[in-house]
Design a protein around this ligand. Structure first.
Ligand SMILES: *[C@@H]1O[C@H](CO)[C@@H](O)[C@H](O)[C@H]1NC(C)=O
Ligand SMILES: *[C@@H]1O[C@H](CO)[C@@H](O)[C@H](O)[C@H]1NC(C)=O
Length: 367
């Protein structure tokens, strides 16, 4: 079952390995929530926000370097997003207004969310689309891609379902996007992102230790994708004991960092040379190996340079960013299990896009 949760850490911190990629358009229309735009849209690639739109700024903004580059290389792509966002804003606004009217909700906070997009498995080449809506934190409508009909998750959604089912033009347009357009875009995005990911100009891996008896932290920072692995090895074998692995966290500059601690209390001095720390970006063959060696450990005592403040600042900035996301009420909804609801290889879509948002055509009846 799908539930809405406020995005907390999950957006940024999940560590996953390549194979499955996702393109998700998450749209939120709200009524009665002061201080946040009535309409917010986000595009996420592999769970990282890459684009943003809201009803105050009225334009789509790329949020990461590779997306900025793509938009520059292909200005029509940006224009497409801006238009779709405006359309979907009208559509969702009309929908929430008409829902509130029908449900006698004259006041209070109401939130209509829509998630659509596609998943693509880069090993099997399979892709599938999904499109679902939630209202006030609960599932509302889910598109069944096989029959191209909406499934009402609750009785109140029935009228909306019937209206949306009757709009065949929109359904077919959505389907075209899920099946043909989004998978192509997702592949392109992953390709662009990779060309950034493989940059190593900001990447650094270092060993840190707070006190002579504390664990040795292997810290990697400055990598461009939240998919990486960092682990300790002994004699070339990955260690699972005496290690404490942290999550991947965002830095303030679109790069990420992570660290893994090694408890050295039971390691004899002559065994130190058997240990090393390995950093690997997922999908990239080259690894960075750092040997456990007293001379390369940066410490808090002894050397004046101390524990790098940069790491701490990165974490603080990351937390502030997350807090901001919570405060601004960026919602997303996730299935309890990983991945999105399959809408089978195909299907329809919309999202920032299209379809569902139809609009403008005079028929702003929404719902
Ligand atoms: C809304 O109010 C009208 C009139 O007061 C009533 O007939 C209707 O059943 C109400 N609808 C809901 C969903 O509560
Ligand atoms: C490290 O290992 C020792 C012995 O196994 C244990 O007593 C100690 O609590 C561990 N330290 C940390 C920080 O986990």
């Amino acid at each position: 079952m799908i539930k809405f949760v406020i995005v907390v850490f999950t957006l940024f911190c999940r560590v996953a390995f390549p194979v499955k990629h996702s393109l998700v358009f998450s749209l939120t229309a709200s009524s009665g929530v002061p201080d946040i735009p009535e309409y917010l849209g986000s595009a996420l690639v592999d769970e990282v926000q890459v684009g943003y739109f809201d009803s105050n700024i009225k334009t789509a903004e790329p949020k990461v370097d590779w997306m900025r580059k793509l938009m520059k290389d292909d200005p029509q792509h940006l224009e497409f997003y801006v238009n779709k966002c405006i359309e979907s804003q009208h559509f969702l606004k009309a929908t929430i207004d008409s829902l509130m009217k029908r449900l006698n909700q004259t006041e209070g906070v109401h939130i209509l969310q829509q998630m659509s997009g596609c998943e693509w498995d880069d090993e099997t080449g399979e892709s599938r689309g999904f499109h679902q809506c939630g209202y006030d934190g609960e599932d509302f409508l889910v598109l069944d891609p096989q029959t191209l009909t909406w499934i009402a998750s609750k009785p109140e959604a029935l009228i909306t379902k019937l209206r949306w089912d009757a709009d065949k033009a929109r359904l077919h347009r959505d389907k075209y996007y899920y099946m043909h357009v989004y998978p192509v875009w997702l592949k392109k995005y992953v390709h662009y992102a990779r060309s950034f990911v493989e940059r190593t100009d900001l990447l650094s891996v270092s060993l840190l230790q707070k006190t002579p008896s504390s664990p040795v932290t292997c810290h990697a920072t400055g990598f461009y994708l939240n998919r990486a692995d960092l682990f300790w090895r002994k004699d070339g074998e990955e260690l699972h004991e005496d290690v404490d692995k942290g999550e991947i966290l965002p830095n303030h500059d679109e790069t990420f960092q992570m660290s893994v601690d090694l408890n050295i209390s039971s390691i004899t001095p002559e065994d130190w040379k058997k240990y090393d720390c390995v950093f690997q970006l997922s999908g990239v063959k080259d690894v960075i190996i750092t040997k456990l060696d007293k001379s390369v450990i940066r410490t808090n005592w002894g050397s004046p340079s101390g524990f790098p403040a940069g790491a701490v600042i990165g974490v603080v900035v990351g937390l502030l960013l997350l807090l901001w996301l919570c405060i601004t009420g960026l919602f997303i909804w996730r299935k309890k299990t990983n991945g999105f609801k399959p809408a089978n290889t195909s299907d329809s879509a919309d999202s920032n896009s299209d379809s569902s948002q139809l609009p403008l055509s005079g028929k702003t009846g929404g719902e």
